[in-house]
Design a protein around this ligand. Structure first.
Ligand SMILES: Cc1cc2nc3c(=O)[nH]c(=O)nc-3n(C[C@H](O)[C@H](O)[C@H](O)COP(=O)(O)OP(=O)(O)OC[C@H]3O[C@@H](n4cnc5c(N)ncnc54)[C@H](O)[C@@H]3O)c2cc1C
Length: 529
């Protein structure tokens, strides 16, 4: 078994982490926690991140993966969030090409529908102004038909602009890897059960591992970045409630509805914006927005009403595609951590701002977006610095947060430039090592996905895979992108897992059983057996 997973599973590891005291303990291994850990490590602090399940297990592997400037926020007059999101989009795309990629967006217009294409173009003018360059375009009916041959004849024009797409769970992993490279420590499948207080100040956390081992870990300051669970660890600021809002997506094979851009339109039923977009060689339709009533410790799952809503959205714009539930490869649902002051608001009218609140020794943060994780981390770090005067603030201009090395030409013999850019975006400087370890046949992709067998091997060796679902649902997205959750490839995956994680046959069977239970519950449509 290879170092990282082995190290995390070793009986002494927890003991080793228990002393001496940490500068910062971050609770929650989603994008918010990962960003804070990365910032703390860069500032030279001794820092540890603790995640109750797998890294990115929460909302950060279940979003729409858009790194967007938030046109919607601009439309509702929230200039600050729109401007911050645009700046972050630009910075992320420059830092992580191959992982965060620009993609054209196309808003479809129908006659008599608000906003009209004139109004929308005006909004895009402001959007371009904030970005500092122009991407907006206007397409007439003929051009729209050329771009989208199957689009409904009711669509009379379109507005084009640019935003970006990523893979949310891979973004978390990339940020964690950078933090680890700067000396941070990570613990997954370890739950923080309670905070430890001394003289009315938080001084640490009491944790329990999956194997039921318990320990107390001390820190100068604890950061609660547990997203939708943040009110379980610390009470919310007065006047706030945490309103968990579920959003779901459907995945289709790309050939069933090929789209060259992120196509956006308003749902005929409730006039909410819906997106159809190309992602990892599949087509995604999303999303919904409704109060989550299921327990938050279970994997969130799509309801029959949401399936109808998303299918009818897609068929309203692409009636010739005649999409049905039997075309769906997989589905996924996530729960937005929305901090709400007025419960009676419609879900989609709730603010997407993050909030930070404190008590002595504890900083809590929740809400916000994937796109703005770095800003949130910087804001939290200004508060951390009050506890840790040794922190050495660094500017992203002099010491980049995230860096993607240039690609060596030697690999062009084996992979095309897009594949290489993707690898370097996903794995940073480790991509060279990943390629050096690969056999020629491992440079083939797995089924219709973009994932190479060489990546799967690398991930098993270096990315803290504890269970099969970590590998198939978050480190790779094979469980979302391949039919039946990728079971066709189990023999090869078994081979690698046994070689690299020392799983015997019994362990492999247990892992398959666990994975299939999760997949059937949360990633497969409920009415398809
Ligand atoms: C459907 C949907 C679509 C979205 N689309 C976008 C988008 O396109 N672009 C965008 O910018 N944003 C999007 N978002 C928002 C974005 O996904 C979230 O804001 C972001 O992922 C929240 O990250 P987080 O780290 O705060 O929370 P999480 O990712 O949920 O992380 C919190 C972690 O804390 C862990 N945890 C909880 N309690 C404990 C404990 N006691 N001990 C240890 N660990 C614990 C959880 O297991 C979890 O992994 C979307 C959200 C949803 C739901």
């Amino acid at each position: 078994m290879y170092s990282r997973t082995l190290q995390m599973l070793s009986p002494d590891y927890l003991k080793k982490l228990s002393t001496p005291s940490w500068d910062v303990i971050v609770v929650g291994g989603g994008i918010t926690g990962a960003g804070i850990l990365r910032a703390a490590a860069q500032q030279g602090l001794r820092c540890l991140l603790i995640e109750q399940r797998d890294f990115a297990w929460g909302t950060s592997s279940r979003s729409s993966s858009m790194v967007h400037g938030g046109l919607r926020y601009l439309g509702s007059g929230d200039w600050k969030l729109a401007r911050d999101s645009i700046n972050e989009r630009e910075w992320l795309q420059q830092s992580l090409p191959g992982l965060v990629n620009f993609i054209p967006f196309l808003m479809l217009h129908k006659p008599w529908q608000w906003p009209t294409h004139h109004a929308f173009q005006l909004l895009l003018t402001c959007y371009d102004r904030l970005a500092g360059y122009r991407t907006r375009q206007w397409f007439n009916k003929l051009k729209i038909r050329q771009l989208l041959p199957c689009v409904s004849s009711a669509c009379v024009s379109g507005s084009g602009f640019q935003d970006a797409l990523t893979d949310d769970a891979r973004l978390v992993m990339r940020v964690l890897q950078e933090a680890k490279n700067d000396g941070a420590e990570l613990l997954s499948y370890t739950r923080v059960d309670e905070l430890v207080y001394r003289d009315n100040q938080v001084v640490g956390v009491k944790v329990c591992t999956e194997a039921n081992k318990q320990a107390v870990l001390e820190a100068t300051v604890v950061v609660n970045a547990t997203g939708v669970w943040s009110n379980k660890l610390a009470s919310l600021a007065p006047g706030l409630t945490l309103r968990p809002l579920r959003g779901s997506h459907l995945t289709f094979p790309a050939w069933r509805l090929p789209v060259p851009a992120v196509v956006s339109f308003f749902h005929p039923q409730d006039h909410r914006p819906v997106f159809i977009y190309p992602w990892n060689n599949a087509t995604i339709v999303g999303t919904t927005d409704l109060d989550e009533s299921q327990k938050l410790d279970k994997e969130p799952k799509i309801s029959l009403t949401e399936i109808d809503y998303l299918l009818s959205a897609a068929n309203s714009q692409f009636p010739h595609a005649k999409l049905t539930a039997s075309d769906v490869l997989s589905c996924w649902s996530g729960v937005r951590p929305v901090l709400s002051q007025k419960r009676q608001r419609k879900p989609s009218k709730e603010s997407r701002h993050h909030m930070i609140w404190q008590e002595p020794g504890l900083i809590s943060v929740s809400g916000g977006k994937l796109t703005t994780f770095h800003l949130i981390a910087e804001e939290v770090m200004t508060l951390v610095a009050q506890y840790c005067p040794d922190a050495q603030p660094v500017s992203i201009h002099t010491s980049p947060w995230l860096r993607t090395p240039s690609i060596s030409n030697q690999w062009l013999r084996y992979l095309n430039p897009q594949q290489l850019q993707r690898l370097f975006g996903y794995y940073g400087k480790a991509a060279n090592e990943l390629l050096n370890c690969a056999k020629k046949e491992e440079l083939n992709t797995i089924g219709a996905s973009h994932t190479l067998w060489a990546e799967l091997k690398w991930i098993l060796m270096h990315e803290w895979v504890i269970h099969l679902d970590d590998l198939l649902l978050r480190r790779t997205r094979l469980g979302l992108l391949l039919r039946n959750g990728g079971d066709e490839y189990f023999p090869q995956i078994k081979y690698y897992s046994q070689q690299l994680l020392s799983w015997d046959d019994l362990r492999w069977r247990q892992e398959v059983q666990r994975y299939q239970q999760i997949w059937l519950r949360a990633y497969q449509l409920p009415n398809i057996s």
